[in-house]
Design a protein around this ligand. Sequence first.
Ligand SMILES: [Mn+2]
Length: 326
Amino acid sequence: MSNIKIAFSSNEKFARHLAAFIASILSNSLDNESFDFYILDGGITEQSQEKIRSLNSIKDFNVHFLKTDFEQLKDCPNNVIFTKNAYSRLLLDLVLPDVDRILYLDCDMIATRSLGALWESDLKGKSLGVVHDFSIDLDRFDNVLTVFLLELTFKDIFNSGLLLMNLDKIRKEKTFRKTLEWVANHPSMLQWADQNPLNVVFHNDFVFLDGMWNGSAQKKDHLNGEPMPAIIHYLKRVKPWHLEYDGLYEEQYEKYLSMTPWKGTPKSPQSPVKMSFIRNAKRRLADWIAQKALPHSPWLQSLMDYRDSMEEQNKNLFNVIRKRVQ
Ligand SMILES: [Mn+2]
């Protein structure tokens, strides 16, 4: 009999996605596996908590809702992409003082088979078991710059959506306290929220697990017919519950959502307007206004030439930095 302890962090908005994930974990579990779910609760309503409890019709489990103490996360930023909630995993050593090992998982995931083998993974004396972050696109300047500023290389970077924790070791060594200190001291280096400080503070204190435990749902990562991951991570901002979703395994999310009381919830638009569209539109508008106001002006032309040459230089700089972080 193995008792698998899993922590999640959710607010009300994510409760139904968490329910779909839990339904997938229960449905794919083996008979000899039992579960304790610890939900870092960033404001889940009573009704939604009841709906999550009702998943015991699939298989019995224990669930513990742990109110997140946001005072402890006062130095963590809140923004459109990542809310403060993303950092609550760094409180697990405090909120679960008697738990030695725990598996932390994001809510934008679906399990397609038993997590027993993942739970039993050998951490070889390290604090974390993790999966390499395959989703970082090094054709994007912001990604390359982030890796560069962290003084890491791309191949060392792990995704913080799955963390198999030796919580006892983390508690003794106060590594999560150090991680939160890093957050407080580096407010401008949190592009990937908790993932940046975790990669810095736990550098050399993790083992890489098989990539199937935190697999991508992006088409570009499955061009060679890779099998469906044991845990699908819908990594990108557009998720399978959005109308614009164009990744893989949408049907897996829907299959497990339909086992929950949220069955049939319609999809919603991810965002009314794309940011890149706004940026380009602003730029085109600025060019148009400038040309209308100062037609055939050599001064304006030289200014625009200058801007273009700077762009060319930035491109060269980008290529130099990219080589360094690869
Ligand atoms: Mn995620």
